[in-house]
Ligand binder design. Sequence first.
Ligand code: 1PR
Length: 583
Amino acid sequence: MAAAAAATTTQMDNTRSLSSISSTSSLLFTRTNEFYKIQNRVKFKSPRALSIRATSSDSVVTLLDYGAGNVRSVRNAIRHLGFGIKDVQTPEDILNANRLIFPGVGAFAAAMDVLNKTGMAEALCAYIEKDRPFLGICLGLQLLFQSSEENGPGVVGRFDSSNGFRVPQIGWNALQITKDSEILDDVGDHHVYFVHSYRAMPSDDNKEWVSSTCNYGDNFIASVRRGNVHAVQFHPEKSGDVGLSVLRRFLHPKTNIPKVIACLDVRANDKGDLVVTKGDQYDVREHTKENEVRNLGKPVELARQYYKEGADEISFLNITGFRDFPLGDLPMLQVLRLTSENVFVPLTVGGGIRDFTDANGRHYSSLEVASEYFRSGADKISIGSDAVYAAEDYLKTGVKTGKSSLEQISRVYGNQAVVVSIDPRRVYITHPNDVEFKAVRVTDLGPNGEEYAWYQCTVGILCFIVTFLFVHTVNGGREGRPIGAYELAKAVEDLGAGEILLNCIDCDGQGKGFDMDLIKLISDAVSIPVIASSGAGAVEHFSDVFRKTNASAALAAGIFHRKEVPIQSVKEHLYKEGIEVRI
Ligand code: 1PR
């Protein structure tokens, strides 16, 4: 097939190329697509008049093979990946496709003629315009662009052979991946196979959609992505395992399988041992005369147990980290090291991630603190208090200084490695305009019949209580800040957070369910994943939060520690409720 493509795409001549259709040079993705231009020559009724009804089964992919080239390898690769193929016979087959692959082989002009005459071009326009899952291969990529080689430099043009590069390019080449396109996730430095004489060129107009480029004499576009519409210049079906992975990722797009996370709030007890504790509305001390820190087990052992029971991730929150310098907290680093030896799901660690100057005047940057956590086995770090201060500054000045912990760590380790933990308290109000922060109409009225609430962010502060025997630090002491959870979430997303851990002080440890009003508010406001936390008391609370909000994960602590609800029961319940989970 690739050889056939080489022979045919090389024959493409300017008089019958895209350039004969239009002279503008913007990527058609930005407005519509190349197929619209075909309408200039053959009059169609508006594609908007066509309606799309995706009816075919998920395990069948629709293949647009207009008979002008050999697509046997594409067929074989699709079947190899466990998919059936439905061939397009009529334009309606395109409109009804769940997932469409357009290998785009054959001579360009002949292909265009067929697409025009059969009405396929119009259907393709409508399909792509509706952002339906599409993968164009080779010519299937070039057709998405406008070209104007005849009328000046165009987006799609022939390789320049005068600089010593043989044309067509027939062979393997590496990609420079410029943006996350999901289907290229496994490509990395691997080579993929190209056969072509024409290529689309990157420009300011199309840079938003270009997901990778490749160099052959000059930089050309190797792939594009807009929403569910993908196209690649190389031949995934001829690119070995890595090519198959591109097809696989297109055929099995990432679905966000909701995650169940076990959280271990960790701190030193009054004897100095690091224990897993758990608060009621952040108060982690027993209500006894001694007022000791509640001890629910050993961190490494519990993490291992939750991993075995099926936790999708484990979070450690060093809840006194804001006062104890974490790098002085060697037991916490040791906990991470030991846990990561036996726990093979992502580990998040939070607490005390901020700049710090120790008693000897030695300054540690938050990046150093985070780096030590990563070196000890953490996959993600979680920032609480320091992110609140960073967001406040950002909202005040509108300037990203690049200096906050959040910005520095995400710049070095990537956004996906930085979680922001939000610890808000519900503040009831009678009218949404009573505060300058985003308020919601609450499901359960406030104590005085208030219909609205805003969620005030808090930070950790050090405070003491004195009993008749002891002086204790109280880690539950928190200071309310002049910023709402909504404003904070949006600001930290801007600053580079990759995920939000959304707690709620009112619900923490209460077992009455997550704060759905809050979780809905935040998970609708940001596009990064939101972890619903605080209040889980029964398996139904998990299905509820996944059904009614856009949370990507649900976190619980108390019910797991007290063995009231095992993780497995949560997963079984979600599965029975038809919510996909990792078993
Ligand atoms: O501010 O960057 O040093 O981070 C401190 C971290 O410690 C923050 O992530 C903050 O949430 C956490 N933290 C501070 N104080 C407490 C406390 O409990 N006194 N724990 C605390 C937060 C809340 C959740 C809890 C869920 C689920 N714990 O993590 O696990 O509410 O509980 P549940 O299922 O039992 O209801 P910084």
